[in-house]
Design a protein around this ligand. Sequence first.
Ligand code: SF4
Ligand code: MG
Length: 327
Amino acid sequence: PGPVLQVSKLEVTYYTDLGRAKALDDVSFTLEAGQKLGMVGESGSGKSTLALAMMRMIKPPGRIEGGQVFVGDTELMSLSEDGMRRARLNKVAYIPQGAMNSLNPVIRIGAQMVDAIKAHMPQESRKAINDRCVHALRSVDLDPGVFHMYAHELSGGMKQRVCIAIGILLEPQVIIADEPTSALDVVTQRQVMETIDRVQDQINAAVILIGHDMGLMAQFVDKVAVMYAGRLVEVSSVREMFTDPKHPYARALISSLPNLDNKGVFRGIPGLAPSLLQLPGGCAFHPRCPYAMPACTSDRPEVLTLEHGRRVACHLFDAEAPHGQPA
Ligand code: SF4
Ligand code: MG
């Protein structure tokens, strides 16, 4: 069985008064059923843009300018608007950042869940739809009584679980969760991650977790993808990413994580994230890169495939790629 998700050469550009900003540049990756990918990078690096592009929810002045997204045999970018509406929730579910704060305060949780799926199941009886909602609530370890409650009666962790329950109502093949644990306390963060883990097992979905917290993510994902200035600069297994990060930006991210040596203080990465309106030429990371060489200011590094299928876009590895070819 091949990958359930195949993203290839996805491109998004924003046309602003100040100029063109390439928010996603040639982004490609694959994910298998049951796999979890952690997507990390500074804010503005394109993580949320990637999620929105996959859902075809980029709004003007942004535009998807190319690329394909296969979920199973279905190519999302070439679906009609109506086809895409049906694919959302059904094939690929998206839990946006802050979803739990956008639950409607005056509509009961159950009614919001029913609303989310009604259009997808016009033939289904009200009873069958209600049963499906209650089943989803149970899957995320919530009492079925939550169906009749209002958002303000729930804790942050419970609200986030409601959002996950909505995401799995139609058992999608792919689930994208943007910062699902932000604004939650440490204990609740773990619980939410464990909930995502469990529902993923139940429906064997591929999951993309977007987040800042590399440490938390490391305990739950299989692969880590690092974004920088709209590009995927490294994709590696979580173990390889943490023990032997290849891309200099990934190395900086890993070494800035709190550990025993630096007494748990997050040091951050020196230098500022570049403006997408004025990206440095060549490798966008070169002004901050301790390994930068002349080629880095002029030539854009291609994404290379290294051993174990690791993918890295950096001139340091040009000669190391097995076939010396861009993947
Ligand atoms: Fe650093 Fe050059 Fe690699 Fe970019 S291509 S990360 S500047 S070594
Ligand atoms: Mg974001």
